[in-house]
Design a protein around this ligand. Structure first.
Ligand code: ADP
Ligand code: MG
Ligand code: MG
Length: 252
């Protein structure tokens, strides 16, 4: 059982006009096996939270803490965060010239676990995970993110999650740009990974539709860099029906 704890997190981003505070005191605790949905209007700071956990250099934590089983995540390098069991889907959005998906996955697995996976079981695991995500086996020989469609990028993200078996996964807008079939396939992959590994998931999404496939235990509504409301899955249903208007009006 692991715990990812975010305490009164304040984060600023560097802009041309100087630092601008985006996160204004976010407190959130996720335990193994739990799924927390972060919802909210565009510009409310959802991705900033994800980047801050990931250690993106543009985002400066001005106060507050992020700990994983008591260890200071904010003091860790990006690699150390991965080794500690954090999976941040936005960590590898760039093209990696000349590195195939197959090699990339094996290198990432080796980096996270500290030893190269046994070839026989690894090949079987990769094949199984790719089949589960309805990915053609030829995909493994393509270069990472080179010419990937939106849907291929998302499947590749979840393929990584299934194979890297993180303690906690932060998935930012995994649903964006997916058609209904792809959304279901990707969601089933997340659910498989959760079941197999007991991962906790921080699922960041503007829209409620992915929550039909991945049921959140807790829903947090972000408005203007802070959590404006918290609830169970029924809060997502309410947002689906009524949108974010009442939050935006309230904060204006
Ligand atoms: P969300 O993911 O909820 O749409 P973001 O975290 O992307 O929100 O952005 C929150 C706010 O921070 C927005 O007003 C956005 O313009 C601002 N912001 C985020 N990143 C940067 C950046 N690198 N430079 C300037 N402003 C930024
Ligand atoms: Mg505060
Ligand atoms: Mg965002």
């Amino acid at each position: 059982m692991s715990t990812l704890e975010i305490r009164d997190l304040h984060v600023s981003v560097d802009t041309e006009d100087g630092p601008k505070e985006i996160l204004k005191g976010v407190t959130l605790t996720i335990r193994s096996g739990e799924t927390h949905a972060i919802m909210g209007p565009n510009g409310s700071g959802k991705s900033t939270l994800a980047y801050s956990i990931a250690g993106h250099p543009k985002y400066t934590v001005t106060s507050g803490t992020v700990t994983l089983d008591g260890d200071d995540v904010l003091a860790m390098s990006v690699d150390e965060r991965a080794r500690a069991g954090l999976f941040l889907a936005m960590q590898y959005p760039v093209e990696v010239p000349g590195v195939t998906v197959s090699n990339f996955l094996r290198t990432a697995k080796t980096a996270v676990t500290g030893e190269a996976p046994k070839l026989r079981t690894w090949v079987k695991d990769v094949k199984g995970a790719m089949e589960g995500l309805k990915m053609d086996s030829a995909f493994a020989e393509r270069n990472v993110n080179e010419g990937f469609s939106g849907g291929e990028k998302k499947r590749h993200e979840i393929l990584q999650m299934e194979l890297l078996e993180p303690k906690f996964a932060v998935l930012d807008e995994t649903d964006s740009g997916l058609d209904v079939d792809a959304l279901r396939i990707v969601s089933e992959g997340v659910n498989r990974a959760k079941e197999a590994t007991g991962s906790g998931v921080l699922l960041i999404t503007h829209y409620t539709r992915i929550l039909r496939y991945i049921t959140p235990d807790h829903v947090h509504v972000f408005v203007d860099g802070a959590i404006a409301e918290q609830g169970g899955p029924e809060l997502a249903d309410e947002l689906e029906a009524n949108g974010y208007d009442r939050f935006i009006t309230a904060s204006a």
